[in-house]
Design a protein around this ligand. Structure first.
Ligand code: FAD
Length: 391
C-alpha cells in the first residue's frame, strides 16, 4: 500500500459521511478495503434533530428518541388530523447517531480517523488528492460531504430557496401537548408575504421541539424566529415554559446539479451532492437511500460520476420550486391544496418518489385552477430555460 493512500476517503463525518462509513463497514465485501474518515469537529453534540417517516421498523430504531403514528396539518382554512399508517414519523438526536456510529466503526479493522480540516480536494488523472491541515492523502474513491454553496448561489438557472428555522426544546409548566401526534405544518400564523409555518414534535405532554420554519429566499434575524415561536406558544395559551435546548438550521432547497462536480474518483454526498429533497429540505432518508444505491456501484468498481440522480421527481421539484419562489406568499395555499385533496400517505409517498403517474396526476389536479396555471407557466418558462447557460 502506498503511504497516505486509502481505498476510500470520506471527507466530512456528519450524517452522510457516517452513514456511508457504516454501510461500508457492515458489508463484508469491503472488509479488506482501507477507509480514511476526515472530520474537523468533535462530533458529540445535538446540533441536529433528524426526523423522517418510514414504514414501521427501520435500521435506526434503536437510536430513535420517539416515534409517532398520528399527525396534524393546519392552515387558515384547514385543520385536520390524520393517521400516518403505514408510516411512522421518527425523531433521531444527532449526538446519539454520531457517538454510536463513530464509536462502533472507527475502531474497526482497516479504518482510520483523522481530525483535521480539508483544505482542498484536487482531482488528478487517476486519483483524487485531499490536502488537509494534517497532511496529504490520496484515493481513487473519495466522497465529500463538504458543502460549497458558492456555485449554487452564483447562478440563476435553478431557483434556490432555503428551509430555515430555529427550534426550541421546551418544558412547559402544565401539560400542553398531545404526545401521540406531531404537528407536521401549521401555516395558521402571519405569513409576512412568505411561506412560514410551525412544526411541533411533542416528546410527552410537557416537552416538545417547537420550530419556526420558513421556505423562502432570505434568512431572518435570529430574534424574528424566536419571536415567532413565543407568539405561537402564547396563541396556544402556553406562557410558562423553560427552554432546555435550541437548534437552528438553513438547508438549501434547490435542483442545482451538484453532480457536475463529481469525477470518476470523487463523489459529493449528502447536501453537498444534492441529496436534500429540494421541496422539503428532508435529507436524512434520501441519504440513506442513496447510500444503499451507491454500494453496488462501488462493488462493481464503476466510475463515481456514473452515479446519477435523475428522474421525473427532480423535474416536479424544479417546477414546484419555480412556483414557490415566484409565489412565496402563497406557499400555505399550495400545501393546503395538496393536504386537502389527497390522502396524506399519497403525499408522503410522492415525497419519497414512490408514486406512479396516476397518483402524480391526482396530486397535480389537487391544486386550484389558478395554482395549476402557475405550474403551467413555470413549465413553459422551464422549457425555454433548458438550454440556457447556468448564469
Ligand atoms: C438543525 C438541522 C436540523 C435538520 N433536521 C432535519 C430533519 O429533521 N430531517 C432531515 O431529513 N434533514 C434534516 N436536516 C438536513 C440534513 O439532514 C442535515 O443537514 C444533515 O446533517 C446533512 O448531512 P451531510 O452529511 O450532508 O452534512 P453534515 O451532517 O453537515 O456533515 C458535513 C460534515 O463535514 C464537516 N466539514 C465541513 N467542512 C469540513 C472541512 N473543511 N474539513 C473537514 N470536515 C469538514 C462538518 O463538520 C460536518 O460534520 C437538518 C439540518 C439541520 C442543520
Amino acid at each position: 500500500m502506498k503511504q497516505n493512500y486509502f481505498d476510500f476517503i470520506i471527507c466530512g463525518g456528519g450524517a452522510s459521511g457516517l452513514l456511508l462509513l457504516k454501510a461500508l463497514r457492515e458489508d463484508s465485501f469491503f472488509n479488506n478495503r482501507s477507509i480514511l474518515l476526515i472530520e474537523k469537529e468533535n462530533k458529540n453534540k445535538n446540533d441536529r434533530t433528524w426526523s423522517y417517516w418510514e414504514s414501521l421498523d427501520g435500521p435506526f430504531d434503536s437510536m430513535v428518541t420517539k416515534k409517532w403514528s398520528e399527525a396534524q396539518f393546519c392552515s387558515q382554512n384547514l385543520n385536520f388530523e390524520f393517521d400516518l399508517n403505514p408510516f411512522q414519523y421518527k425523531m433521531l438526536r444527532s449526538a446519539v447517531v454520531y457517538q454510536k456510529i463513530f464509536n462502533k466503526y472507527i475502531t474497526a479493522k482497516n479504518t482510520t480517523f483523522l481530525k483535521a480540516e480539508v483544505k482542498d480536494i484536487v482531482s488528478k488523472k487517476n486519483l483524487t488528492e485531499i490536502i488537509t491541515s494534517d497532511g496529504k492523502f490520496q484515493s481513487e474513491k473519495v466522497f465529500s460531504s463538504i458543502f460549497e454553496p458558492k456555485s449554487m448561489m452564483n447562478q440563476k438557472k435553478y431557483p434556490v430557496l432555503q428551509q430555515h428555522f430555529v427550534g426550541w426544546f421546551i418544558k412547559t409548566k402544565n401539560a400542553s401537548f398531545d404526545p401521540r401526534k406531531i404537528l407536521f405544518m401549521d401555516f395558521d400564523i402571519p405569513q409576512f408575504q412568505e411561506t412560514r409555518f410551525l412544526y411541533v414534535l411533542p416528546i410527552d405532554e410537557s416537552n416538545a421541539l417547537v420550530e419556526y420554519t420558513l421556505f423562502s429566499e432570505n434568512l431572518l434575524h435570529f430574534d424574528d424566529y424566536e419571536t415567532g415561536i413565543v407568539d405561537y406558544l402564547n396563541s396556544k395559551g402556553i406562557t410558562e415554559f423553560e427552554i432546555t435546548e435550541k437548534e437552528k438550521g438553513n438547508i438549501p432547497m434547490t435542483c442545482f446539479p451538484f453532480e457536475q462536480f463529481n469525477t470518476q474518483n470523487l463523489l459529493h454526498i449528502g447536501t453537498a451532492g444534492g441529496w436534500t429533497k429540494a421541496t422539503t429540505g428532508f435529507t436524512f432518508m434520501n441519504t440513506r437511500r442513496n447510500i444503499r444505491r451507491l454500494i453496488p456501484y462501488l462493488k462493481a468498481g464503476d466510475n463515481l460520476n456514473d452515479f446519477k440522480i435523475s428522474n421525473r421527481f427532480r423535474f416536479y421539484d424544479l417546477l414546484f420550486l419555480d412556483v414557490l419562489k415566484k409565489y412565496n406568499s402563497h406557499g400555505s395555499g399550495l400545501f393546503s391544496s395538496m393536504f386537502k385533496n389527497n390522502p396524506p400517505v399519497r403525499i408522503f409517498r410522492f415525497l419519497d418518489e414512490k408514486t406512479n403517474y396516476l397518483e402524480e396526476l391526482k396530486i397535480l389536479t389537487s391544486f386550484s385552477f389558478i395554482q395549476i396555471t402557475w405550474f403551467l407557466k413555470a413549465l413553459i418558462n422551464r422549457i425555454f430555460k433548458i438550454f440556457a447557460p447556468l448564469n
